[in-house]
Structures are given as C-alpha cells and as structure tokens.
Ligand binder design. Structure first.
Ligand code: ASP
Length: 353
C-alpha cells in the first residue's frame, strides 16, 4: 500500500514538473510596438524645464529605456511616424489601420501597442476601433511628460501597455488606451486636462480596467467598442467633415466657411443638449437641405445628445451624435459617408457604434 502511495506521489510530482516546464517554455506573446511620436518620444533641454519637442526620440531608444518589456513579450518595434499628435492626419490613420490589419491577417503578431501623442490619441484610438478587423489587443499609450523629464510617466506607461497587450484577458475588448494605471475603451476615452498625468478619462462610464504592479484587472466591457464596422483597406482619403463650435451669440460664418471648404458633413458642437441659436440654426437647416450631413453633438463633455429634445431632428434632417464627443463624432461621420448618405442609416450608426 505504502509502495503504491509512493508511486502515485512520484507520478504526481513528475506531471507537475512537466506542466511547469511546458508553461515556462511556451513562447511569450508577440507584441509589435508601432511608434508615431508624441510626448512619450519627446525631448527637453533639461529634466526640469517644461519646454520640449514632441516626437524626437526614435523607437529603438524608447524600447531600450524599458528593458523589462522583453520579459513580458517578444518585442518588435516599427516607426510609423514621428510627429506631435496635433499633426495627426487622415493619411496616417489609414496607414496605421492598414498596417495593423495586415499584421493580424498574416498572423505576424498577437497584439499591437501604439505609442502616440496625447492630444489626438482618443481620435486615433476611435478610428482604429472602427476599422480594425481582429479581436486581438490593440493598446494605445502616450505620456504627459517628455522622456527626458524628471518623474516622466512614459516608461511606466509603456511597460503597462505592453503588459495589457500581452495579457489574454485583453482579447475581445477592442482597441483600448492604457494610461496612468487605467484601461479605457477607445470609444469612450477623452483627454480632459491639458497637462496633468491623470488626463485621460471616460466621463460617462469610467475605466474598463485597472493596472497595478504589472497586472491588469478588467471590470467592464464596452459592448460598442469591438468588431470592425468599416473596411478602409482600399481607401486613400476620407470625405471631408468639419466641426463647428457653438457659443452664445455665434454667427453662421464658420458654417459657411466649412461649406466653402467642401465639407460633406458638419459636426456641430452645440450648447447643452446640442442646441444652437437662431443664426446658426438657419445656416444648419440650409446646409442640410443642400445635402450636407449635419450631426448635432455637445460641447458639454459628458452625457448624450438626444433626438427630438428641443430640436425636431427628423423634420430638419439632422442626426445626433449620441454620447460621442465632437471630435469622435467627426470620425464616425467621415467613415459613415464612405458607405452611405442615407440619414436614417447614419443615425443608426451613431446609436449603435
Ligand atoms: N502635443 C503632444 C502630442 O500630442 C502632447 C503629448 O503627447 O502629450 O504629441
């Protein structure tokens, strides 16, 4: 009996050893870091001066500064652009989307980390979330302090972003932003503070996950944030859509200028629940009659813009942005206009995507 027990124990230990060996030899996930510049690659004259130039430090140096990432994943780096994200543009969005889709299609990587300036990071994140055809993780990351600053946040943010990308739990969440120990759905996140490190927030819904000590825990899943909605693989440009800001005593001049500039759509960043004054209202109605797609959004920063509140959208031919902020509503409207001019369909996109 004793012999049998000893034999059983022997096989138990052998099997545990085999499992541990298998786990430790299974290859690390393949993560590519696509770099576009921004403050995370920014360089200043000294560690304490506020002045710096975004997009100076090449991807190799960023990776060398955080050797810990190599313990989490098999890392490759690729420099896609080297700009401050205030200069982000449609051509670079299309290039990024096409490159990421290609990497996933060819099964060259398990996840993507995208380093990016914080100014327009939310716009790139939302654009990618609407156009990437994979449920593999795509994680955007930036920094509020340049790489040369004292207490810079870029290195830790980059390490966290790689960890989030490499974690199996991130599969299926869609494109996310990992900044300042939090994970946000691309669709919902926005930059809320000009200089503070806790700038990124999702004002309506909060973060979907929290990061601490090299681990991510998820608490929520955005039901609207994943699955490709638009195929931009063959596109070289997008329909022109302008944003016009609402304010007390505004005139119609910005709307007229947008139309003159060839806008096919106008996102109006309205007061309160997407409201406008008489002068702006007249110009928007005329534009709508001339087949320019008008989307009412809000400058308030949180909440939804609701149909038929103070404005009869159906009668005027307007659509509403739901809870998308004006800069994200513009992205959805540009993509929507690649497919249709049908106002009902476009409204449907805004209420579902
Ligand atoms: N202007 C910079 C950029 O967006 C700011 C930053 O990255 O924090 O590239």
């Amino acid at each position: 009996m004793k012999k049998l027990a000893a034999l059983a124990l022997f096989f138990f230990v052998i099997s545990i050893q085999a499992q541990t060996k298998k786990a430790s030899t299974s290859p690390l996930p393949r993560v590519i870091i696509l770099a576009t510049g921004g403050t995370i690659a920014g360089s200043g004259a000294s560690s304490t001066e506020a002045a710096y130039t975004a997009g100076k430090i090449p991807i190799e140096n960023l990776l060398n500064a955080v050797p810990e990432i190599h313990q989490i994943a098999q890392i490759k780096g690729e420099q896609i652009a080297q700009i401050g994200s205030q200069d982000m543009n449609i051509a670079t969005w299309l290039k990024l989307s096409q490159r990421i889709n290609e990497l996933f299609e060819k099964d060259e990587v398990d996840a993507v980390v995208l380093t990016h300036g914080t100014d327009t990071l939310e716009e790139t994140a939302y654009f990618l979330s609407l156009t990437i055809a994979s449920d593999k993780p795509v994680v955007l990351v930036g920094a509020m302090r340049p790489a040369t600053a004292m207490s810079q946040d870029g290195n830790r943010n980059l390490l966290d972003a790689v960890m989030v990308a490499a974690d199996q739990k991130s599969i299926g969440h869609g494109v996310v932003v990992a900044m300042n120990e939090s994970v946000y759905a691309a669709r919902d996140v926005t930059k809320t503070n000009t200089t503070n490190m806790a700038t990124f927030q999702s004002r309506n819904f909060g973060p979907i996950g929290l990061i601490f000590d090299g681990k991510v825990n998820y608490y929520y899943k955005s039901i609207r944030n994943s699955a490709q909605k638009f195929d931009v693989s063959q596109r070289k440009t997008l329909p022109k859509v302008a944003i016009v800001y609402g304010y007390a005593d505004a005139t119609s001049s910005a709307i007229e200028a947008a139309i003159k500039d060839g806008a096919q759509g106008i996102v109006y960043a309205g007061m309160g629940n997407g409201n406008y004054n008489e002068a702006v209202g007249k110009a928007l109605i005329t534009a709508s009659k001339n087949n320019i797609l008008i989307c009412r959004s809000a400058r308030a920063g949180a909440g939804q813009v609701t149909l038929f509140n103070e404005v009869d959208d159906a009668a005027l031919g307007f659509v509403v942005a739901d809870d998308l902020n004006p800069q994200k509503a513009r992205i959805l409207l540009m993509l929507a206009l690649t497919k249709t001019n049908d106002k009902k369909k476009i409204q449907d996109y805004f209420l579902k995507y």
